[in-house]
Design a protein around this ligand. Structure first.
Ligand SMILES: [Zn+2]
Length: 334
């Protein structure tokens, strides 16, 4: 059923609810930059696993990571990777409510949300997850091949160029919202930045990829790069030399994401939203849909077939999955 999702009543008291959103490329980049300064070339002295379920790999055992030096840090989609000596990779996926915290002191009080604690000579990295749904994960793998198996395969928008972007976008016929947030097609983009990208590109979230003109594809590509660059830079400025604290998908400078009913900063039209299960798209009817509201029965059908039910499903979508049946609908098309 298509429904307008109710706004969360509690905004700050219950961290970790889905409205916080999943950290996406800009958030992960900033985490990595700050981690680089603190743990690169340092030895991982110890790992304390406070919630055994967070560890999703069996071999090599986690103890193998201890005493190894961090020789690199990188992003893998929305995951954070610490490369250790001896070809080992610690892979952290924050999912929705997972966050990282840095304490420069060695004695750290471990709250009940702590999943794992990583000790370095420079301080302690805490991996936390708020809420009762435990989705965040930790893998320890050996070798690039094992690491690649965790890669969902989406292209890097900041590196792929227009032709690579077009190939990924047009691989299957889906709504733009789904295509942009599919980790098999694009790396690191989720609900928040896809909304911002589509708004910048002045495209409807439910326009179908196979009906895009060359000009629209190029506009979307340029908007994707611009939004991601701008937000990395913005978060970098906000974070300064500190470790990121307020990592959320809802940021005050956003144009449409999380701004239901607020005026679009470009045209002043109240921002609208469409919601299906745990997914939500915010858009400006003035800028993106020619004034049309995307809330009719046809759209409901479209969302049912073209949107995964949950964010988790979207993240875990099988790499081998074939596209869903193509809906015969042209709703919201520009
Ligand atoms: Zn607008």
């Amino acid at each position: 059923m298509l429904a307008y999702a109710r706004r969360p009543k509690v905004k700050t008291k219950v961290p970790g609810l889905s409205w916080r959103g999943m950290p996406e490329l800009p958030d992960i980049v900033i985490y990595l930059e700050q981690l680089q300064k603190r743990v690169f070339d340092e030895s991982l002295q110890g790992v304390r696993l406070l919630n055994p379920f967070v560890l999703r790999s069996v071999s090599p055992p986690l103890a193998e990571a201890e005493g190894r030096r961090v020789v690199g840090l990188r992003r893998l989609g929305k995951r954070i990777v610490l490369e250790l000596e001896d070809d080992l990779f610690l892979v952290l996926h924050l999912m929705i409510a997972g966050r990282l915290h840095w304490h420069s002191s060695k004695t750290v009080k471990l709250g009940r949300n702590v999943l794992a604690a990583f000790s370095f000579s420079t301080g302690t990295l805490l991996f936390t997850e708020a809420g009762s749904k435990k989705r965040a994960s930790l893998h320890l793998v050996r070798g690039e091949v094992a690491l690649e198996a965790l890669d969902r395969g989406g292209v890097e928008v900041l590196e792929c160029g227009l032709s690579g972007f077009r190939t990924a976008l047009l691989r299957e016929n889906h709504t733009l919202k789904r295509a942009l947030t599919d980790p098999r097609l694009f790396s690191g983009i989720g609900n928040a930045y896809s909304d911002e990208i589509l708004h910048r590109a002045r495209l409807s979230p439910v326009a179908l990829t196979h009906r895009m003109t060359d000009e629209a594809v190029e506009r979307l590509f340029i908007a994707s790069q611009a939004i991601l660059h701008e937000w990395v830079e913005r978060l970098r400025q906000e974070t300064g030399s500190a470790f990121p604290k307020k990592v959320t998908a809802f940021r005050s400078g956003m144009s449409v994401h999380g701004r239901f009913q607020k005026p679009c900063p470009v045209c002043g039209t109240p921002v609208q939203r469409i919601a299906h299960a745990e997914n939500e798209a915010n858009y400006c009817p003035g800028c993106q849909t020619g004034g049309k509201l995307l809330a009719d029965r046809a759209l409901s059908r479209l969302l049912k077939t073209d949107w995964p039910r949950t964010l988790e499903e979207m993240e875990n979508r099988k790499a081998t999955a074939k596209g869903d049946p193509i809906p015969d609908l042209n709703s919201g098309q520009r």
